[in-house]
Design a protein around this ligand. Sequence first.
Ligand code: DX5
Ligand code: ZN
Length: 215
Amino acid sequence: MPIIAPSILTADFLHLERDCGMLDKSRADWFHLDVMDGRFVPNISFGMSVIKQIRKTSDKFFDVHLMILEPEKYVDEFKDAGANNLTVHFEACPHLHRNIQQIKSLGMSAGVAINPATPVLMLQDIIKDIDVALVMSVNPGFGGQSFIPQSIQKIKELRTLINNSGSSSKIEVDGGVSLKNAAELIKAGADVLVTGNAVFSASDPANIIAQLKAL
Ligand code: DX5
Ligand code: ZN
């Protein structure tokens, strides 16, 4: 069964407690928390103080997706805010191996995300060190964008890389995921489905989550 990780980026921020409570009671496995700095990506979202508040609403696994430059400056603070996994971007980290070791040394799992234009091959030398490999299926920065179809091929390539290397990394896919493409993504090798708009624009979000979980 896939791991379902709704992104609260598209939640109603005036009613965050209500929406997070809904996720907590739903069949969602992880909370996906998108942190944006207005530098690595052309948008600013929220940071550790908001995550700390959200932590009060659920004991579920907090998957924090850092779309920021210099993530090493904030790793401790995200840990304190309640993160269970920190995913950094390949494109933002010249010292990626060091970043991964830092995250793991604090007892969190570590992920690396690749943008749509970054080849899967770039993960070859780090794949055995990471817990999550995240394929961005939109350009990071905003919820509600259209899924980029070539991402399916990248998931297949990543599945082959992981199998051949003996890595136990999960494959996460993020951006434009919905009931329309989820089955194909799982078939291609995805373990974790991030969904923002598809869940929060629905009249019954918990029902969409349950349907995704049943795939
Ligand atoms: C985009 C974020 C995604 C986003 C997904 O930069 O990383 O997690 O919230 O939202 P949807 O599912 O609407 O594309
Ligand atoms: Zn994300």
